[in-house]
Design a protein around this ligand. Structure first.
Ligand code: C2O
Ligand code: CU
Ligand code: CU
Length: 471
């Protein structure tokens, strides 16, 4: 029932880590300037985005002196072409599946009709083409992304390279005057031959983590920044499973946006926790200081009580090199109004759990494994839903829902409720082991919407469920 998965192989253990060749032994080049993402060609005119995306295997030279590495890529590019559109645009994207597996394209975080959202119910079979069509509503400017979502193959297709960003821009962007850097963080796991390694038992259980965290496909790139310069960074965590606790120790960092776009007002931050699927926008101001690392780092993060060995050292994801001095551009103190959603019409509980005793149904939502033919909840268009996502699990699981953005109201910390300090639009939130997160949302369009853990191995193993939104 779960193609491509070897359930018998699942279980605790760090055996894969031991057999994974060390990062330094592979000779992957590092320290090159950050590559910018190439853009999808737009064949439409003003107000229309028309483009084509083909998923196919491609061989790219990665390791000097080794045969090229086979990826699966959109239009031959890793990451896939960046799609840029404007609020109000009519979008028409023609997808051709040149893989030997079914696929779909899911427009992660975007308010698109359910029939256009790449649900596992709507596979695009090998050799087939389909058009995805939708209009971008007002106030939808944000940093989204797109990736496959076929039943059982999402993790493999994503780790083979199928993912790209989709940025929706606003004509009234208060930060339009700032230079931008777009950073797509992804995880790469190579075998000794320099090919993308298959998942082992630990990957299936804990989620796949490789030797490399790449940015825009490069290892430890160099990003230029001047003393005093302000840059707007959009950051995507496109890793299958890695929770990134990001830090930029030397520089001044303000959080200005989350998954669903700008927040109301900039907020100074020291660290930024981005779980798989999650995005953030920050404004970084160059403050080069002797004795402080000028780097984008991933700090040690412990994903839960019963986890095997995991990242215990600080990773350097990118270095930030000084490019002179610049005048400091203004950072507006108000960015975008965000209103609360008001009293809920429905309250629900969504429980994440693990059942180590049953390898065929190990990751569960409300005690059940995903079934495409089952509706788990019925809701209504326009109705305020309040969900408590309760973890009975031993590791963190990031919650994600399709079709809309939610607001986190409160979370528990060691079981003690804490109100969320500010309103933000999100579509992914990490649920730490044993904790609860309370959130509210409205679905504005009818249809079947998936909600799931965004550790892709868990999603494929069935930690997913369906909300039927009725007109
Ligand atoms: Cu990014 Cu249902 O996923
Ligand atoms: Cu999604
Ligand atoms: Cu999970």
């Amino acid at each position: 029932d779960m193609p491509g998965m070897d359930h018998a192989a699942m279980g605790h253990g760090a055996g894969d880590v031991a057999s994974m060749p060390a990062a330094d032994s592979l000779g992957l080049p590092r320290g090159l300037p950050l590559s910018s993402l190439s853009r999808l060609q737009n064949h439409g005119g003003a107000g229309r985005l028309v483009g084509q995306l083909a998923a196919a295997p491609v061989k790219l030279p990665l390791l000097p002196g080794k045969p090229a590495t086979t990826f699966w890529a959109y239009n031959g590019q890793i990451p896939g072409p960046a799609i840029v559109a404007w609020e109000g645009d009519a979008v028409s994207l023609q997808f051709t599946n040149q893989l030997s597996q079914p696929s779909t394209i899911h427009w992660h975080g975007m308010p698109v009709p359910a029939t256009q959202d790449g649900n596992p119910h709507d596979p695009v079979l090998p050799g087939q083409t389909r058009d995805y069509q939708f209009r971008l509503p007002a106030d939808s400017a944000a940093s989204y992304w797109y990736h496959p979502h076929p039943h059982g193959y999402t993790g493999q297709q994503a780790y083979m390279g199928l993912a790209g960003v989709f940025v929706v821009k606003s004509r009234h962007d208060p930060l339009a005057h700032l230079p931008e850097q777009w950073l797509v963080l992804s995880d790469l796991k190579l075998d000794a031959q320099g090919q993308i390694a298959a998942n082992g038992a630990a990957d299936q259980h804990d989620g796949r983590e490789g030797q490399f965290v790449l940015i825009n496909g490069g290892w430890q790139p160099v990003i230029g920044l001047a003393e005093g310069e302000r840059q707007r960074w959009r950051i995507w965590n496109a890793c299958s499973a890695r929770i990134l606790k990001l830090a930029l120790p030397a520089h001044d960092v303000q959080l200005v946006g989350t998954d669903g776009g700008l927040i109301a007002t900039p907020r100074g931050i020291d660290t930024l926790l981005l779980s798989p699927g999650e995005r953030a926008e920050i404004v970084i101001t160059g403050r080069f200081a002797a004795g402080k690392a000028s780097a984008l780092q991933a700090l040690p993060y412990h994903r839960g009580k019963a986890m095997g060995p995991e990242q215990s050292t600080t990773l350097t994801l990118a270095t930030i090199s000084r490019t002179g001095s610049k005048a400091t551009a203004e950072l507006p103190t108000t960015l975008r109004p965000i209103a609360g959603l008001g009293a809920p019409a429905v309250k629900r509980v969504v429980e994440f759990s693990e059942n180590m005793a049953d390898p065929s149904a190990m990751f569960l939502i409300n005690g059940k494994k995903f079934d495409m033919n089952r509706v788990d909840f019925s809701g209504k268009v326009g109705q305020v839903e309040e969900w408590d996502i309760v973890s009975q699990a031993h590791m963190d699981h990031p919650f994600h829902i399709h079709g809309t953005q939610f607001q986190v109201l409160a979370r528990t910390d060691d079981g003690v409720w804490q109100d969320e300090p500010f309103l933000a639009w999100r579509d992914v939130v990490n649920i730490p082991a044993g904790e609860t997160v309370r959130l509210r949302f409205v679905q504005h369009l009818p249809g079947l919407r998936m909600f799931h853990c965004h550790i892709l191995e868990h999603e494929d193993a069935g930690m997913m469920a369906t909300l039927d939104v009725q007109a």
